[in-house]
Write a protein that binds this ligand. Structure first.
Ligand code: SAH
Length: 222
């Protein structure tokens, strides 16, 4: 790794190690996940002026009114997604700066990621290039439609909160597949949910209150 990827001072491997120790204290226990979060240089995903805060448990602005998810949120969602075993094909809605995508891609076979704001996705792609992470396909689209070409998915992870779980995403889940998604009004009472598709139905579990940016329809060129 080059020195800017590796980090120094407030962005050093030691700072990352402290972030991972905090995640473990907060109850994150998947060893592979903790290992990946120890390695991914979170500071490159935020503006240089904010790099020293990249490992705080905070949501930081990434431009276009969007935020990078808290480390704990990324960890919790990924852990919930992977709890029932390894996944080969995962659809992610809301690439944003790509931090969650980079973590996910190192734990599953392949990630299909959809973002509605084109410049954000371009920046995410360039980070993945720098990090040599290649098992990702990108689409600039409204994630409410999912990505039918590669469905069904054994995992779906959504990083923005719709009011209700989009029907198209439910349809694109494989039987036995899992979706982790926040729902509800932003700034109000959003809840993190895990949906598991069974042969005949969908089982829904709640994992408490969360705070995400709203899931919006349509797409923006930036
Ligand atoms: N996973 C990201 C979180 C980014 S914030 C990270 O680790 O940083 C959520 C992202 O979801 C924003 O970039 C926003 O533009 C995107 N988003 C919101 N609604 C969407 C939709 N309908 N389709 C695709 N992306 C959407």
């Amino acid at each position: 790794m080059t020195s800017s990827l590796q980090g120094s001072g407030m962005t050093s491997p030691r700072t990352r190690e402290r972030m991972v120790a905090r995640l473990a204290e907060q109850g994150i226990s998947n060893p592979q996940l903790l290992d990946v979060m120890r390695k991914v240089p979170r500071h490159i995903f935020v503006a240089e002026a904010l790099a020293s805060r990249a490992y705080d448990d905070d949501a930081l602005p990434i431009g276009y009114g969007q935020t990078i998810s808290h480390p704990y949120t990324v960890a919790k969602m990924t852990e919930l997604l992977l709890e029932n075993g390894p996944l080969t094909k995962v659809l992610e809605i809301g690439t944003g700066c790509g931090y969650q995508t980079a973590v996910l891609a190192q734990l599953v076979g392949k990630v299909y990621t959809v973002e509605r704001i084109l410049p954000l996705q371009r920046v995410a792609r360039s980070h993945m290039y720098d990090l040599l992470i290649k098992n990702i396909s990108y689409m600039h689209s409204d994630g409410g439609w999912g990505w039918a070409d590669y469905a069904p998915y054994d995992g779906i992870l959504v990083s923005a909160a719709p009011l209700e779980i989009p029907q198209m995403l439910l349809e694109q889940m494989a039987v036995g597949g899992v979706m982790v998604i926040p729902t509800g009004v932003s700034g109000g009472s959003q809840v993190l949910k895990r949906v598991t598709r069974t042969a005949s139905d969908y089982k829904i579990e709640d994992f408490g209150k969360v705070s995400f940016v709203p899931f919006k329809s349509g797409k923006e060129q930036g």
